[in-house]
Design a binder for this molecule. Structure first.
Ligand SMILES: NC(=O)c1ccc[n+]([C@@H]2O[C@H](COP(=O)([O-])OP(=O)(O)OC[C@H]3O[C@@H](n4cnc5c(N)ncnc54)[C@H](OP(=O)(O)O)[C@@H]3O)[C@@H](O)[C@H]2O)c1
Length: 322
């Protein structure tokens, strides 16, 4: 078995591929999986640096998400050897083999490409679009970083629900990607994250009913200012750093609301993970949900994949292959 380790908290150079011990056989309720691909996510970068609410000490193997084939099953598992499965919440997924609890995987069709069954970003979009609503047709919704992996999928989900969607991106090239995902209008906030004046102009001074802010430090204060009366800003990421504290007094005159959340809190009830995953697969098979373009890196080049995400030049999914 091979796995990537973060030797010490820090930069991408801390990621090294090493030969690990032979993987143990699964016990009751577990499966052993041969990894086909491990998804690379923004969260992995924060963990590598030791930042954010999920931080942990090094050394550790990063990664949470993947797709693979079952090699062995423990007692009481109804999945079968050879079945293709996906997961989004298994620590240490940058590895060639993994043992995990059977209820952390969902079967996925053999017919779908790897990029279609790396489910973390799409399930995040599904959770955001369904838990902070209900979203009514015509609602004005802002999605920051709309060309990112979560951003493109969230735009599509909101359009499917009938919302009018404003996206933000840092370049014209990314704005094209956000438009292709379905955004009605895109504001290029450049590298200094300027969007508020244009947002208010586009909404005739009203603001938006709902705003999804995964950028955090650089945008959140203005995101809240861009809300319509009674509107809600959802803090759902920290791509530029943690969002600033905002006092309730700042929300009073326009009766606006702030929420924050994580997909991990919405996959804890029995069957919840499977239902959300099924909803994503249905959207793909029905043809209205298109997964972003994906780029594969050899597992030995995990550091390059991290550098690419941190460079902000990517717009889609990155994943590692054994
Ligand atoms: N709440 C949850 O449950 C949940 C789940 C998954 C992901 N997330 C969070 O959602 C965010 C997006 O995730 P993702 O997988 O879509 O990542 P991604 O594909 O890498 O997209 C991140 C986007 O953030 C923007 N960005 C703004 N400032 C940045 C900076 N200083 N450094 C890097 N990127 C910056 C970039 O777009 P522009 O260049 O256009 O600004 C980039 O395309 C991350 O913060 C992630 O942690 C939250």
């Amino acid at each position: 078995m091979q796995r990537v380790i973060v030797q010490a908290l820090g930069g991408p150079e801390q990621l090294l591929l090493e030969s690990g011990p032979e993987v143990r056989q699964p016990v009751a309720g577990e499966v052993l999986v041969d990894v086909e691909a491990a998804g690379v996510n923004f969260l992995d970068i924060n963990l590598r640096k030791g930042a954010g609410v999920h931080a942990m000490p090094a050394p550790f193997t990063p990664g949470l998400e993947g797709v693979g084939r079952i090699r062995a099953v423990g007692v009481g598992v109804s999945l079968i050897v050879g079945q293709r499965v996906a997961w989004i919440n298994v620590r240490g997924s940058y590895a060639t083999q993994l043992v995990m609890k059977a209820d952390l995987v969902v079967p996925v069709p053999d017919s779908l490409a790897i990029s279609q069954v790396l489910l973390f970003q799409a399930m995040t979009a599904q959770y955001l679009a369904t838990e902070y609503g209900p979203i009514e047709p015509g609602d004005h919704v802002l999605v920051h970083a709309a060309a990112g992996g979560v951003g493109q999928l969230l735009v599509q989900w909101l359009k499917h629900l009938g919302a009018w969607v404003v996206g933000t991106t840092s370049s014209e090239e990314k704005a094209e990607v956000a438009r292709a995902a379905g955004a009605d209008v895109v504001i290029n906030y450049g590298r200094d994250y300027r969007f508020l004046d244009e947002l208010m102009r586009l909404t005739h001074g009203r603001g938006v009913d709902l705003a999804f802010d995964s950028v955090g430090a650089a945008t959140f204060a203005n995101t809240v200012k861009g809300l319509a009366r009674g509107g809600m800003a959802v803090c759902c990421g920290v791509s530029s750093g943690p969002a600033p504290a905002i006092s309730p007094a700042e929300l009073t005159t326009r009766c606006t609301r702030i929420a924050a959340g994580s997909l991990f809190s919405y996959i804890v009830e029995p069957g919840e993970f499977q239902l959300r995953a099924a909803s994503v697969i249905e959207g793909i098979e029905a043809g209205w949900l298109r997964m972003p373009e994906a780029t594969a890196y050899p597992m030995a080049s995990a550091a390059d994949a991290h550098r690419a995400i941190e460079s902000r030049l990517t717009h889609g999914k990155l994943y590692l292959v054994p």
